[in-house]
Design a protein around this ligand. Structure first.
Ligand SMILES: NC(=O)c1ccc[n+]([C@@H]2O[C@H](COP(=O)([O-])OP(=O)(O)OC[C@H]3O[C@@H](n4cnc5c(N)ncnc54)[C@H](OP(=O)(O)O)[C@@H]3O)[C@@H](O)[C@H]2O)c1
Length: 379
């Protein structure tokens, strides 16, 4: 009988397909029970897994969508290096809101699915055709399936870590840093003298947006749900602070009050989604840009485009991966991002480093709005 959950294959996009032995199904059933029966201090689920051997590794997976109870730690095979790919031994994985969308099913994924979108680690081996990377080098990468110990990363989604940047900081900054940078450069090109609004400004992406927008010369109005979070945004450069938990009428009025003649902002950067979208239309200036780039409060409801004509607004719903789809784009923006860190214009903020076994708590904290900055998993 097989001693592991065998049959997994990882494609170049990182999706996994696996079939399981009966032993593996039993082990997983035990695993899930351990989550359900321990409400406060749940056990590290891998304690109840079949023993690992040299050919298997831990991976956080879902085999159905839902709340944090669907998270599992399974044993899966370690992949072999693929042509054009770098096999990485991971040190850290970044935790992003998008990981919760895959878990809940808001973004559909083939099941079972290994969660995680980015990480950092050491090159273990390289596939055919790869010449730029060598075993032992430190790297940072994005791509599906990073809540694992080993994964194959395509060459166009990986970069050497600059000297002086810690591995945990690399895993913390890549996706949120590139998202903030590409949206400030391409969704709406922020110019010196612009006044822009950044929602959830103390969050992972929010704190990077604030710092980079200041580096580009913008005046920043920051929103968050508490005085402590707003203070953090101020420490990172925000000029005006607005607590948006009092409701739309209140925050809209306050934001407009911080703009010239109450006309509104040149651009809104909104990762909150459903809860703030209607207010965004009110605070965006005539001919301004509304960049709705996330769903932390839920997906924005269907929208009648005629409404944009009231102020000739531009509405964008961008995704990072459309801005860094080619090797040139990824290299260009990654180098620019690292440059801001090297010049001390961008500080990496890690809320907490969680052991992989604490993935349930990490997702709960992120969705529970109790975090600031970035959550990182020690793999
Ligand atoms: N389009 C892309 O390519 C892309 C890439 C990266 C991230 N994103 C999006 O950017 C947003 C931020 O992601 P992140 O990983 O950096 O997370 P985060 O900002 O660290 O955490 C989300 C924050 O959203 C705020 N929020 C408002 N309403 C909420 C609600 N109902 N439930 C939970 N949080 C709520 C909370 O701040 P307050 O307590 O201050 O309200 C919370 O801290 C997400 O929507 C994510 O999907 C998009």
């Amino acid at each position: 009988m097989a001693s592991f959950c065998g049959g997994l294959r990882q494609t170049s996009r990182g999706f996994v397909f696996h079939y399981q032995s009966n032993l593996c199904r039993q082990a997983r059933a035990i695993t899930i029970t351990s989550y359900r029966t321990t409400t406060k201090a749940y056990y590290p689920v891998n304690r109840l897994q079949p023993k690992s051997n040299m050919s298997t590794q831990k991976a956080v997976q879902i085999s159905r969508t839902g709340g944090t109870e669907v998270l599992e730690i399974n044993q899966i095979p370690i992949p072999k290096p693929q042509p054009g790919h770098i096999l990485v031994k991971a040190a850290y994985a970044g935790v992003n809101f998008i990981d919760t969308y895959f878990r809940t099913g808001l973004y559909p994924a083939p099941l079972p699915f290994t969660l995680g979108s980015e990480g950092s680690g050491t090159v273990e081996a390289v596939g055919e055709g790869v010449t730029k990377y060598k075993p032992g080098e430190h790297v940072v990468y994005y791509g599906s399936g990073s809540y694992t110990e080993y994964l194959n990363v395509p060459e166009k989604a990986i970069s050497h870590i600059p000297e002086g940047l810690k591995l945990e900081d690399g895993a913390a900054i890549l996706i949120q840093g590139l998202t903030a940078l590409t949206m400030l450069r391409e969704s709406y090109e922020v110019k010196k003298g612009d006044t822009i609004l950044i929602h959830a400004a103390a969050g992972g992406t929010g704190l990077v947006l604030v710092q980079l927008a200041k580096a580009l010369g913008a005046t920043v109005i920051a929103t968050a749900s508490s005085a402590e979070k707003l203070e953090l945004a101020r420490q990172h450069g925000a000029d005006y602070l607005v607590n948006y938990s009092g409701g739309e009428d209140e925050w809209v009025k306050e934001v407009l009050g911080h703009t010239k003649d109450g006309e509104g902002v040149e651009a809104v950067y909104d990762g909150v989604g459903k809860a703030t979208f209607e207010g965004d239309l009110k605070v965006t200036k005539r001919k301004g840009s509304l960049i709705s780039f996330g769903n932390a409060s839920g997906a924005v409801d269907p929208f009648r485009i005629n409404r944009l004509g009231d102020k000739n607004l531009k509405l964008l719903r961008p995704r990072l991966f459309g801005y860094v789809a080619t090797q040139e784009e990824f290299d260009h923006y990654t180098q620019e991002l690292f440059g801001y860190i090297e010049n001390n214009q961008l500080k990496v903020n890690i809320h907490k480093i969680y052991p992989l076994e604490d993935i349930v708590q990490a997702h709960k904290d992120l969705e529970g709005r109790v975090t600031t900055g970035k959550l990182v998993l020690k793999v």
